[in-house]
Design a protein around this ligand. Structure first.
Ligand code: AMP
Length: 179
């Protein structure tokens, strides 16, 4: 059995860097190389679970689409429900919508209007925090539900982009791996 520090180091090294994907100038952190490894997959779920296990989380909100992978596993392990935040026109029932700016152009996220209620304690999960635009749009989307407590989690944080500075100081943000 590896020690935690060594698994974390190995995991970090196993994330594949893909230059110029999906467009020129972006160094894409490809997590398929860690999701495919059963040791890394279970380690990521177990580590993130340890951080949140006693916080009374009732719903995990996963952001399309890579946020669905660990998000669902976490929901199962924590004993919470799983909620999908999706790109436009994918959710079939009535939705709240939030537009946000991308580097070039705009995008929109949606959530079902009956996804959450004000008693829920919510953990938002996405695979990676880059500029923070996606997570901030998701927080805005969740304002519709008057939630008392929201936590934010990422498998990977590109800390050099300093997205943390854009969030309200009261919000608890935990990332397993930082670059
Ligand atoms: P952002 O809104 O800039 O924080 O970007 C976060 C979203 O875009 C996440 O859903 C990530 O999956 C994806 N993303 C942004 N930049 C990268 C990157 N360099 N490598 C992998 N995924 C990225």
């Amino acid at each position: 059995m590896y020690k935690k520090k060594y698994i974390l180091e190995d995991l970090k090294k196993s994330i594949r860097d893909v230059p110029d994907f999906p467009k020129k100038g972006i160094l894409f952190k490809d997590l398929t190389t860690v999701f495919k490894d059963k040791k890394f997959l279970s380690f990521m779920v177990d580590e993130i679970y340890e951080y949140y296990k006693n916080l009374g989380i009732t719903k995990i909100v996963g952001i399309e689409s890579r946020g669905f992978i660990l998000g669902t596993a976490l929901a199962y392990k924590i004993g919470a429900g799983f909620i999908l935040v999706r790109k436009p026109n994918k959710l079939p029932s009535e939705t709240y919508k939030k537009s946000y700016d991308l580097e070039y152009g705009k995008d929109q996220l949606e959530i079902h209007k009956d996804a959450l209620n004000s008693d829920d304690v919510v953990l938002i999960h996405d695979d990676l925090l880059a500029t923070g635009g996606t997570a901030i749009a998701t927080l805005d989307l969740l304002k519709n539900f008057n939630l008392k407590k929201i936590y934010l989690n990422f498998a990977v944080e590109l800390a050099f982009l300093k997205a943390r500075e854009k969030f309200n100081k009261n919000i608890d943000i935990y990332s397993l791996i930082k670059f």
